[in-house]
Design a protein around this ligand. Structure first.
Ligand code: TRP
Length: 488
């Protein structure tokens, strides 16, 4: 695969020809001097695949089904869809736009955009917070992805053949209690992740997502067919799509909101970093809508693959929580004809989805070390992979030795999860919405989004200005309140 070296230059010529006002041209030409050789993906489809690879992950296959189960199904799904539409998509457009405009790693892109517009250096924190959040998320994400890896051979060996819920629980508890095993699988996952990123954006990322994403879709389709034939498909559809608002609480709404950020990989610079590689001519709006639709489709497909199996077996609780995937589902697999092979396929699928997401968690930090600290891609990866891997010990130990050790009611893992999904991601998302909606020169925003003749542009800007900040602000405030309010 080749890459295009001249896209920023072309953008400047295009801009000069249109005779825009000075600050805009300076903004672009400054970017040109910095980023002469920044690679761009050949087509917007590679961006779509990469961004979808980032978005589709444990958040869709593990987290979405279990939080939907915990929050009573249908009404939660509806709120989640609204959050994707009203918050996720507008913020994602803003984030991709920042990335393409800044055309560097998120840290330097923000530095550039703020400096050029004469804004306060405070806004650089959008880049910094992202790098920190990415490494923290990767530290626990790799542990949970390690569970999925661990289940692949277990399914193959027939561990769950005819197992009841109790045996399945015992197996899962034994896995969590075994530090060395957890560490082994987490390390394997980390090596896979670092391996792809070390091969570079074009060769590693581009090729990986081209193969992985279609494969993932095929596997999910196969699961759906199986669930349709063997499971309680109608029951699952009723659970997911019958909107029973009595089950909905204020907390569910907040959870849906937080999850819409997590599932679209927003608020961390991942999407910004990928935006930097997006061809200048591609429409950001259309591309983002495609990614969000694919992500939502995968979450719903995962739900329709998992719940029919859960409902076909009495005694499995749809509200089992994080264990739904690892305790309840294997029981169902073990009880159905052909279930073990399917189970193996399923956990391979989960691992692949997690893998292509993990890549995006580390890429912003890697890009920054290369640009600003003179690292090469390989050494940057090794260093960052090592940091996330070491921080992951905390999560591993929080399931065994440190299980009783809590801070404000959180285990180490709980604290990391909460710190990122309820504090850091919304915080950065809030900054992005305010920065793009209110602070950044509107001419630059409009130009990058080709908003001159667009009907949707004014609507997008309105939502970004008036809906996103207060809504995200509430999530953040309640998150902070939950952290510091006295427990109980
Ligand atoms: N979106 C991924 C998932 O649903 C996780 C993820 C990847 C992520 N990159 C991210 C979450 C950046 C937040 C920020 O599993």
């Amino acid at each position: 695969m080749s890459f295009v070296l001249v896209r920023v230059g072309a953008a400047v010529l295009y801009e000069a020809g249109r005779g825009y006002n000075d600050d805009l041209v300076i903004l672009k030409s400054f970017a040109l001097s910095q980023t002469q050789s920044y690679p761009a993906w050949r087509s917007r489809w590679v961006f779509i695949l990469a961004a979808t690879g980032s978005a589709v992950g444990l958040g869709n296959i593990w987290k979405f089904p279990y939080i939907t189960g915990e929050n009573g199904g249908g009404a939660f799904v509806l709120v989640y869809l609204l959050c994707i539409l009203l918050l996720g998509i507008p913020v994602m457009v803003a984030e991709v736009m920042l990335g393409r405009r800044g055309c560097q790693s998120p840290v330097n892109a923000m530095r550039q955009l703020t400096r050029d517009a004469g804004l306060h250096g405070f806004w650089n924190s959008i880049g910094w917070l992202g790098v920190v959040a990415g490494l923290i998320i990767l530290s626990y994400y790799s542990v949970i992805a390690g569970w999925a890896l661990a289940y692949i051979p277990e399914m193959g060996k027939g561990t769950f053949q005819g197992a009841g819920p109790l045996e399945s629980q015992i197996f899962f508890d034994a896995l969590l209690a075994d530090k060395e095993r957890l560490l082994g699988w987490q390390s394997l996952f980390m090596v896979l992740t670092v391996g792809v990123v070390a091969c570079g954006v074009v060769k590693g990322l581009g090729v990986a997502v081209r193969i992985l994403m279609p494969l993932l879709f095929l596997l999910l389709l196969a699961m759906l067919v199986f669930a349709y034939r063997q499971g309680d498909f109608a029951g699952a559809a009723e659970f997911l799509f019958r909107f029973d608002f009595s089950a909905l609480t204020g907390r569910s709404v907040l959870e849906a909101l937080g999850h819409s950020f997590f599932t679209l990989s927003l608020g961390m610079g991942a999407i910004m970093a990928y935006g930097a590689y997006m061809p200048a001519t591609a429409s950001i709006g259309k591309t983002v809508v495609t990614v969000a639709l694919l992500d939502t489709l995968v979450a719903l497909m995962a739900g329709m693959a998992i719940f029919p199996i859960v409902f076909a077996h009495s005694g499995i609780n749809p509200a089992a929580g994080p264990e739904l995937l690892f305790v309840s589902l294997p029981v169902a697999f073990g009880a159905m004809p052909g279930g073990l092979a399917l189970g193996m396929v399923f956990f391979i699928l989960v691992s692949i989805a997690a893998w292509s997401s993990a890549i995006s968690l580390i890429e912003p930090a890697v890009a920054w070390l290369i640009e600003s600290r003179g690292f090469n891609r390989f050494s940057a990866n090794i260093l960052l992979g090592f940091v996330a891997w070491a921080l992951g010990f905390g999560t591993i130990l929080s399931f065994n030795d440190w299980a009783g050790l809590t801070l404000g009611g959180f285990t180490f893992f709980g604290a990391m999860d909460f710190l990122t999904s309820r504090i850091l991601l919304p915080l950065t998302g809030l900054f992005i919405a305010i920065f793009v909606g209110w602070i950044m020169p509107q001419l630059a925003v409009k130009d990058e989004l080709n908003g001159n003749n667009s009907l949707i542009y004014p609507f997008w800007l309105w939502v970004l200005r008036y809906i996103c900040p207060p809504a995200i602000g509430v999530v953040l405030l309640v998150g902070l309140y939950d952290t510091f309010a006295p427990v109980g």
